[in-house]
Design a protein around this ligand. Structure first.
Ligand code: FES
Length: 140
């Protein structure tokens, strides 16, 4: 049976989480194997949280924060962006594929952008390891 890649998405309360809310209201569809974790700011996602999610069975991890210059805590998303490079490099050092992690930015009024980012990540992970995920059974 086909399995969907399990994706943990740390979503900033002020932008990505609000965009996900709007996506729901707008009935936009995204893969059901995405698990959203609301955080107050992308800058509060420590790299260990990403590694921990992968070690516990997630197939991919996303951090979705406000656009540059729009962080409600001023520099949180700058901190997150600086960490993103470190996270990607560390993943490779640990033997994980870089594509298992992605940081992106959306505003609360961009549900389509968020949904597209979810779909892109989902497709990338499917291509990466077809049939090897712990994953979530797909609803087919
Ligand atoms: S408040 Fe959204 S990234 Fe900081």
């Amino acid at each position: 049976m086909k399995k969907d890649p399990l994706i943990i998405a740390f979503c900033c309360n002020w932008c990505a989480y609000a965009a996900a809310d709007l996506a729901g209201i707008s009935r936009l569809q995204y893969p059901g194997s995405i698990r959203i974790i609301r955080v107050m700011c992308s800058g509060m996602v420590h790299p260990d949280m990403v590694f921990h999610a992968l070690e516990k069975g997630a197939d991919g991890v996303m951090i979705v924060g406000c656009h540059p210059g729009e962080c409600h805590y001023i520099k949180g998303n700058e901190i997150a962006l600086a960490r993103a490079d470190i996270i990607a490099e560390t993943l490779e050092d640990m033997g994980w594929e870089r594509d298992r992690f992605q940081m992106t930015h959306v505003s609360s009024s961009e549900p389509e952008r968020l949904v597209q980012a979810f779909r892109d990540m989902h497709e990338r992970l499917e291509a990466l390891h077809q049939n090897t995920f712990a994953g979530v059974e797909a609803n087919e």
